[in-house]
Design a protein around this ligand. Structure first.
Ligand code: FES
Length: 161
């Protein structure tokens, strides 16, 4: 039998409608997450609760869908995101010292956000600029050849935004 000869609608019957409802809801969820995160910079718990009720999707499904994607956040994020590369090349060239200095300067640990929401500090495996190691990104900008003394450059970039 050729593919063209298959009557897909007949084969899957009402299952098609059930699946498409579920799929539509999942699709709506992703768009809703994007809009919410654009507005709040993360996915606030009370907004996810309201979304769950509005779409009639169990809250556990809302969370499991959101947590599947790495770019949705459940905690408030800073207006600036500093990401220190801790990949092998950066590690051997002193990334941990750079990270320590940034943590000390902003009073937060990696994965945390300053109280005034000015900055979130993260780490990453490799940003593809190993020749500039050690490297950090400030939002979209790359700062290379870092050392604890040059952390001031990163601070200026955060404060200037
Ligand atoms: S290991 Fe840091 S940029 Fe590649």
């Amino acid at each position: 039998m050729k593919v063209e000869e298959l009557n897909v609608d007949e084969k899957i019957g009402h299952v098609k409608d059930v699946l498409s409802d579920a799929q539509k809801k999942r699709g709506v969820l992703i768009h809703a997450f994007q809009s919410i995160q654009k507005e709040y910079n993360y996915l606030p718990e009370d907004v996810l609760n309201a979304l769950s009720k509005k779409l009639d999707i169990p809250l556990s499904d809302v969370y499991s869908t959101a947590s599947f994607y790495k770019h949705f956040y459940f905690k408030p994020r800073g207006r600036n995101v500093v990401c220190v590369c801790v990949g092998t090349a950066c590690h051997v060239r002193g990334a941990s010292k750079v990270l320590e200095k940034i943590e000390e300067s902003f009073g937060i640990k990696q994965g945390e956000t300053t109280e005034d929401l000015s900055m979130t500090l993260e780490t990453v495996g490799c940003v593809g600029c190993c020749g500039l190691a050690p490297v950090a990104t400030v939002n979209e900008e790359i700062v290379g050849d870092l050392n604890p003394k040059k952390v001031g450059d990163v601070i200026k970039m955060v404060e200037g935004k």
